[in-house]
Design a protein around this ligand. Structure first.
Ligand code: NAD
Length: 481
């Protein structure tokens, strides 16, 4: 579908943002596409005006209307609380997928030059440890929740495969830490393996994230598209930007069901702001991704080719190594504009269509199971007792109840019962696992509440987790022996 004369929301942002955004808008205009910019504010200037989220109401309304944003970097000013305008935008419009393409660029010399790197990281962008749900469980022990949903996995895996098809890519790797985090990271692996057969033309491979990092340093040319969880993707995508020339060349797209935000990977670079020194390539390539997203594939392709031709001509931005005088932001954009319509000698025509994104569902997403049972409960207790002493005290507490104390863990290590002494550092946070004596019977809420009341009379508990079985399969991690 073509969107001639369509409006987009433009957020110039902070630091070098206005300079690089102005360069990108000039390039878009020069392609002749009918794009109208609705310029809105967010970031430092909005915080300074007392907008707590960093994103004013008018900006949100503009995005609700246009559904497409070209955004400069936003600072998170110190002293205005800990809100980030970037996170506000990401969560308000649930941009669940972060696409970060990197490729070898002519004239941008790196240790990997000549290997023709062309890699896209597809990072899950809203779940995982980035939900920011954290607690101090004791004065010395912190806990963060890693939330991974089946729906979130389906959305990111489908995005990765749909992108691979649209961009005529050959291979999708799914990078996880499923060997350790079997339920969270494992959910992405299982979802990937279930969905992959729907795309027989694409080679699908699972890889452990640590091996993926190793392989990216040793033989990065083997990778095409990599789909991964939020935290892994954050780290891997910075790594891949480094492989191909750095932040000044790394574009990105934040894709949601209702809106998409296109931005450079770099920040506001306060050290070079206002000096006409910033490399505008990353935001110009992000603008090309945006044009493709709104159905202006020809203009997107035209810009990408002009960027390559410009780099082939030996132009050097301030962040590229070399002795020739660096080209300023404005002049760099002018050179790209002068090269619109020309074809790169390093990479010929390679056009591809926009990725199809389905509209968001407003239904609460839930996976169905045939049977479910609560078989026990983990109670997290703050205590300075040794494990055996704590076990003795807890066994006294639960005498005559319907539960047994099955084990006590400390930072993932089983410390009770143990066959021989454990050489572990103990902290004052214990995970105490109580199981229903009759394994065929459900542990009721009343039994759990009664247990907590008894435990709470003598110990400090701060966190409780039900141990469930779905379809007769344990829905919790096994204890480390
Ligand atoms: P940064 O990316 O702004 O700068 C890191 C280094 O790279 C600096 O030396 C800078 O001069 C250089 N650099 C970055 N972009 C460049 C370009 N286009 N051309 C030439 N050189 C470039 O990272 P930082 O210093 O860690 O962050 C500065 C601010 O930006 C912080 O407030 C941070 O929160 C914010 N930030 C925002 C985003 C975003 O909006 N998506 C992303 C990252 C950082």
């Amino acid at each position: 579908m073509l969107f001639h004369n369509r409006k987009i929301t433009v957020i110039p942002g902070d630091g070098i943002g206005p300079e690089v955004i102005s360069a990108a808008l000039k390039v878009i205009e020069a392609t002749g596409v009918g794009i109208e910019a609705d310029v809105q504010q967010a970031g430092a200037s909005s915080f300074a005006k007392g907008v707590v989220s960093g994103v004013p109401r008018e900006t949100i309304e503009s995005i609700e209307n246009t559904k497409v944003v070209l955004k400069g970097p936003l600072e998170t000013p110190i002293g205005h609380g800990n809100k980030s305008a970037n996170v506000t935008l990401r969560t308000l419009f649930e941009t669940f997928g972060n696409l970060r393409p990197v490729r070898e660029l002519p004239g941008v010399t790196t240790p990997f030059t000549g290997r023709k790197l062309d890699i896209v990281i597809v990072r899950e962008n809203v779940e995982d440890l980035y939900t920011g749900i954290e607690y101090m469980q004791t004065p010395g022990v912190a806990q963060a929740l890693k939330i991974i949903s089946r729906t979130g996995c389906e959305k990111i895996v489908e995005l990765a495969f749909e992108f691979a098809v649209a961009a005529q890519r050959k291979r999708v790797h799914c990078a996880t830490k499923a060997n350790i985090m079997k339920l969270t990271e494992g959910m992405l692996q299982h979802t990937f393996e279930e969905i992959a057969p729907r795309y027989p033309q694409i080679e699908a491979k699972h890889i452990l994230i640590d091996n993926c990092a190793h392989q990216l340093a040793m033989r990065p040319e083997q990778f095409d598209v990599i789909v991964t969880t939020n935290m892994n993707g954050d780290i891997l995508s910075d790594l891949t930007s480094g492989l191909t020339g750095g932040l000044g060349f790394a574009p990105s797209a934040n894709i949601g069901n209702d809106a998409a935000i296109f931005e450079a990977v770099h920040g506001s670079a306060p050290d070079i702001a206002g000096k006409n020194m910033a490399n505008p390539t990353a935001i110009i390539l992000s603008a090309a991704m945006m044009l493709r997203h709104v159905g202006e594939g020809a203009a997107a392709h035209n810009i990408e080719q002009a960027v390559l031709v410009t780099l082939e001509s030996g132009i050097r931005s301030s962040d590229m190594p070399g002795n020739s005088p660096a080209t300023g932001t404005k002049e760099f954009a002018d050179a790209i504009i002068a090269n619109l319509g020309r074809v790169s000698s390093t990479e010929g025509p390679k056009d591809f269509r926009a990725v199809k994104i389905s509209p968001a569902s407003r239904e609460v997403q839930a996976s169905k199971v045939g049977s479910r049972q609560v078989t026990g409960v983990d109670v997290f207790i703050e205590s300075r007792l040794q494990p055996a002493e704590l076990a003795e005290a807890l066994n006294d507490v639960i005498a005559g109840t319907t539960v047994n104390l099955q084990m006590i863990g400390n930072r993932g290590n089983t410390v009770y019962p143990v066959e021989s002494e454990r050489h572990v550092t103990l902290v004052d946070q214990y995970r105490c696992r109580f199981m229903k004596k009759d394994r065929n019977d459900n542990l009721s809420n009343a039994e759990i509440l009664s247990l907590l009341t008894r435990v709470g009379e003598e110990h400090t508990w701060m966190h409780v987790e039900k141990l469930q079985q779905f379809d007769d399969v344990d829905a919790f991690s096994r204890t480390q022996k």
